[in-house]
Design a protein around this ligand. Sequence first.
Ligand code: ADE
Length: 331
Amino acid sequence: MEKQIEHFLDEEENQYSLRPQELSEFIGQEKNKEKLRIHIEAAGQRNQALEHVLLVGPPGLGKTTLAKIISNEMSSGFKSAVGPSMIKIELATILTNLAEGDVFFIDEIHRMQPQIQETLYPAMEDYKLDLPVGQGPSADIIPVPLSRFTLIGATTREGLLAAPFRDRFGIRIHLDYYTVEELKIAILQNSEKMNVEVEDNAQFEIGLRSRGTMRIAKNLLFNVRDYASVKYDGVVTKDIALEALNFFQIDELGLDEQDRDYLRALIDKFDGRAGLKSLAVAISEDERTVEEVYEPYLIKIGFISFTPTGRVATDRAYNHLGYKNQTLLEL
Ligand code: ADE
């Protein structure tokens, strides 16, 4: 029993240490890192809190990791919350407990209720919280002073933020999909930390199927490692990596069964053209997941396009799934 607990703790420790702790360890996003370094150093020179930061980009590119790194680099405290579930009292409690220079990270900030967003305006701008006291016409607003803190918001949908809210972030960082080379570096580093031997061309095959996304690269590495250790002796060669990826139904473009279900539904049920609502119902997903998780990558690889009459599957998507070309069918 004791052994098991020890093992569990080791794993936890291991998972934690897989996250980079400093900007210099964060792979890729070079221009963004340079910008952040400048802002962090300038804030340090002035002995001020860093300006508020908005991190924008698809899921899995490392927004949370980057927020923690910023806090480490500023040697500040770190508090976090999730936008959609946040209520006023939670926000007020966190804000009033922040120390000078602390980082307050809000994930999915575009899904925060509008009234709560508005509570943040005076907090971000003047470091004060307008606290209502009493009810009805006699209610008073008491401004409560706050420490100078840095709000870091993460969003997959910058366009959904109200303009006055977005404009209150002095630093805006747009994260890009990673190149295969960058993902390969991360796969190598993570495999070394996990003590797993992954051959160079196996790193490449995993990177190629990671959809430009750091989180997917790490997850595929964990899956392939498990497969190699159960079916083979643990070393991940190119052939074993390909066999494992095939077993987990990840195709050569990194699409999984869910992506293929989406494309098949679009093509088979709607003749290659459908609205978001119909598609989401057809694959039993909620619309937000379809928009934020499935579609960005399918657009990036040119498998779907958005038109005024709905999502359209392109010839590439038809070919990839082994259908005859859409244009050929129409002839
Ligand atoms: N984990 C999440 N994003 C990362 C990155 N860009 N580099 C290294 N590890 C990461």
